[in-house]
Design a protein around this ligand. Structure first.
Ligand code: TXA
Ligand code: MG
Length: 305
């Protein structure tokens, strides 16, 4: 199903057999928990044993939208969805087709990104078909995803009483909602996990990876890097927020200084780099603000070998 972030591989969250098929189709190791998607009229208390004030505040501000909250799992949520954990990830997507689908279905839909495990997330229906093809029964085409990087994941699993000075919210994955916006709504600083490995088991050092090797560098170094690679005969592409100017690259993707455009086109560019048969894609990461944080995170993982 389409969402505003990336396409999701959807299964009835209350049906362990359906959820098991998602793991099989993706080639995803069991124990990597899935996000439960809920419709516009759904109630958080059906999914979480305890709904902290902060969760209501965030839902109010950012739902429907690219935010996932991790809460204490309601006993009715199958363990296969949460990878055996006592916490559950919940998100209310904003894409109109996802909303209609969820509203008419009535229940929760467990959906990881609709790509093979470790590969680039799909932002069009065609990407899903290319990656999962025969493994899925149906692909609902909702057009290209507007945001293009996954939701921000915020953990809020503490009881209100247990908090007393402890951090209230932790970002496990940067994404479509910026840290700055979260802090504005919560009225406090929000911690980002240095490494998502332990707490968000799907967050691996190497992820979102195209076949084409990525080379991350600063804008002022890019032209010289490209020139050197091109002179050795390599097919080189360059991807940046903008301002690289002319270079010896075979293809140059420039987002014209628009970080939202860079985010929404990021995964498409990584796929195109593969399709072009590039030997290397030189990438200049955007500054670490707003949506730039999520783009940098995905680039780091995509570049990791
Ligand atoms: O934008 C998105 O979030 C997309 C669309 C389809 O909604 N979905 C998505 O799902 O990115 P997936 O499965 O590719 O990533 C889900 C992430 C994983 O990294 C997983 O570790 C984390 O969510 N997660 C899910 N449940 C969790 C839990 N109970 N505790 C910690 N992390 C959890
Ligand atoms: Mg994914």
């Amino acid at each position: 199903m389409p969402t505003e972030t990336v396409y999701g591989l959807a299964a009835d969250a209350s049906d362990p057999h359906a959820v098991a098929r998602v793991f099989a189709a993706k080639g995803r190791p069991a124990g990597h928990p899935l996000i439960v998607h809920i419709g516009p009229d759904a109630c958080l208390a059906e999914w979480a044993r305890h709904v902290p004030e902060d969760a209501l505040r965030l839902a109010d501000a950012f739902w429907p939208g690219p935010l996932t909250v991790i809460l204490q799992r309601h006993p009715s949520v199958p363990l296969v969805v949460t990878g055996g954990r006592d916490t559950v990830a919940v998100r209310m997507p904003a894409h109109p087709v996802a909303q209609r689908l969820l509203a008419s279905f009535g229940g929760g839909v467990a959906a990881p990104s609709a790509n093979r495990f470790g590969r680039v997330s799909p932002t069009t229906a065609a990407d899903v078909v290319a990656d999962l093809g025969e493994l899925v029964d149906l692909v609902v085409d909702g057009g290209p995803c507007e945001i293009g990087v996954e939701s921000t994941i915020v953990e809020l699993t503490q009881d209100d009483e247990a908090l007393r000075g402890a951090p209230r919210a932790t970002i496990l994955r940067s994404g479509g909602v910026s840290t700055e916006d979260l802090e504005d709504v919560l009225g406090c600083r929000v911690r980002a996990m240095a490494s998502g490995l332990a707490r968000a088991p799907g967050m691996l050092a190497s992820h979102y990876a195209p076949q084409t090797p990525l080379l991350l560098c600063e804008a002022d170094e890019a032209p010289a890097r490209v020139a050197k690679l091109a002179s050795s005969g390599a097919r080189v592409g360059v991807l940046s927020l903008g301002g690289i100017g002319d270079s010896d690259a075979l293809v140059a993707w420039d987002a014209g200084g628009d970080v939202a455009l860079l985010a929404s086109s990021l995964y498409r560019r990584l796929r195109e780099a593969d399709a072009e048969g590039l030997d290397v894609l030189v990438v200049v990461p955007p500054p670490p603000q707003g949506l730039g944080v999520a783009v940098r995170d995905r680039l780091r993982r995509a570049a990791h070998r």
